[in-house]
Design a protein around this ligand. Structure first.
Ligand code: ADP
Ligand code: MG
Ligand code: ZN
Length: 476
């Protein structure tokens, strides 16, 4: 009998506010250690936290985007534990009443879509950072991150494979970036995931779960879950049983190890934070946030298909990020005659070249207006699509606009009958036996002549005209 995997995810997303959750310190990344701190986020006794309402608004916006309930009154609790990077001895979080509950995300799966429940989204503060490396036996603490606002997004145990978990995370990652509630840069720790994993025989109740911590890339998440599933199945089939524990995945070794078991599990002794009043948000304010909701990825994709006639594949590629979509719309604005040509050239040619260079659309050396200038020259038959690819290469190297490159390299398409006839006659003179063959009925040789003429013109002869003149001259 086969096994079924059960996964629930807890995702910590850094909310992109300028200042921290409960004080006015900057949240900017990469500053000198401990330069962005104050008595509140250093945990000095007697200091009072004050909520940055921007955090509540952005969390509510995220909740609305996943069709969740927004609790007009929620509250803050203290999650108590001792750790050197947590100077207060507790983390401000939301336990009994979070600001967002009961939402869902529809994720793409092989045979359509699957709905994954989102149990809750609560607001909390980040801890500081301990540094041990290269410090010869001592540890340093950087509290710049202490008090940085996070949303914790908790899913229902609705996923049934590592692929579904990754699809959910990618969907969520794209969503928070579209909503502009988080930079979600995984390398900077702005989007972090803990995976709860268990296995069961289909139809049985849920099995005991292990929680995998420290998953900071989509690839590692998939690997870590697959490793964990195999470990649990083997354990059970060998007559053992899974114990509830927290495990750390080591991506270099490709395996996980136990970090702490249930006995050592934290007892956080949550209790309401007496320093913070209930978090109230009015229905009017919620309605206002809803009214300001930006276009979401699915809506954008659908609009690209209907407004510009794009294939669902191109629409999907070009709506992956707001930056890509904005670039495409600027391109269409500059070359409105043919949105499909715009999509082809952007998705296949430009993005392909950027990928090879390891760079991103925001760093593209060619602007939407410059690419539009190139497409204009294809549209008016100045150059062929084939030559245009060489021109784009040159533009990527900084050789200037399409017109500049075409001029400098002498790439204009040859469209006068006289020059083309001259090339054709040359090719015919060099291949008398093929001329003979063609005239005696070997029609297939026509392609040979087209190829030779295009080659002799270095690709610059107008293909239409070459065909037309060849038919005429080969007749004899
Ligand atoms: P905790 O407070 O210990 O983190 P929760 O009940 O809040 O526990 O669950 C945390 C996460 O674990 C949620 O995402 C939930 O969907 C998931 N989860 C709960 N039970 C299971 C299970 N048996 N297998 C896999 N995931 C589970
Ligand atoms: Mg947990
Ligand atoms: Zn501070």
């Amino acid at each position: 009998m086969s096994w079924e995997t059960v996964i629930g995810l807890e995702v910590h997303v850094q909310v992109n506010t300028n200042t921290k959750a409960f004080c006015g310190c900057s949240t900017s990344f990469g500053a000198e250690p401990n330069t962005q701190t104050c008595p509140v986020c250093l945990g000095m006794p007697g200091q009072l936290p004050v909520l940055n309402m921007e955090v509540a608004r952005k969390t509510a916006l995220t909740g609305l985007a996943i069709n969740a309930t927004i609790n007009l009154e929620s509250k803050f609790d203290r999650k108590n534990y001792f750790y050197p990077d947590l100077p207060k001895g507790y983390q401000i979080s939301q336990f009994s009443i979070p600001i967002v509950e009961h939402g869902y995300l529809d994720i793409p799966v092989a045979d359509g879509e699957k709905r994954i429940g989102v149990t809750r989204i609560h607001i909390e503060e980040d801890a500081g950072k301990s540094m041990h490396e290269g410090l010869e036996g001592v540890s340093h603490i950087d509290l710049n991150r202490s008090g940085v606002p996070l949303m914790e997004i908790v899913s229902e145990p609705d996923m049934r494979s590592a692929d579904e978990a990754v699809a959910y995370l990618k969907q969520l990652h794209q969503l928070v970036r579209f909503l502009d509630v988080s930079g979600a840069d995984m390398e900077k720790g702005q989007f972090r995931c803990d995976a709860n994993v268990s296995v069961r025989r289909p139809g049985e109740p849920f099995g005991t779960r292990a929680e995998l911590k420290n998953l900071n890339s989509f690839r590692f998440i998939k690997q870590a879950i697959e490793y964990e599933v195999a470990r649990q199945i083997e354990l059970i089939e060998d007559g053992g049983s899974v114990v509830q524990e927290t495990r750390l995945y080591d991506s270099t070794k490709g395996e996980s190890r136990s970090m702490r078991g249930k006995e050592e599990a934290h007892d956080y002794r949550y209790f309401p934070d007496p320093d913070l009043p209930p978090l109230r948000i009015s229905q009017q304010e919620v309605d206002g946030i809803k009214a300001g909701m930006p276009e979401l990825p699915g809506q954008l994709r659908a609009r690209f298909e209907s407004e510009f006639g794009l294939s669902s594949y191109d629409a999907d590629v070009l709506s992956q990020t707001r930056e890509l979509a904005g670039w495409y719309e600027a391109l269409v604005a500059a070359h409105p005659a043919d949105p499909k040509r715009c999509a082809n050239w952007m998705a296949n040619e430009l993005l392909g070249r950027l990928k090879e260079q390891g760079s991103d659309i925001v760093d593209s050396p060619v602007s939407p207006q410059q690419l539009a200038g190139l497409l204009d020259r294809i549209a008016d038959n100045t150059i062929s699509g084939k030559i245009a690819k060489d021109v784009l290469d040159a533009m990527m190297q900084g050789e200037g606009d399409a017109d500049t490159v075409i001029e400098a390299r002498g790439l204009k398409q040859v469209t006068d009958t006289g020059s083309i006839d001259a090339i054709i006659l040359q090719v015919m003179a060099a291949n008398p036996e093929h001329v003979e063959g063609f005239r005696s009925g070997k029609d297939k040789l026509f392609g040979f002549f087209v190829g030779q003429v295009m080659k002799a013109s270095k690709g610059q002869a107008s293909p239409g005209l070459v065909n037309e003149r060849l038919k005429e001259l080969l007749k004899g």
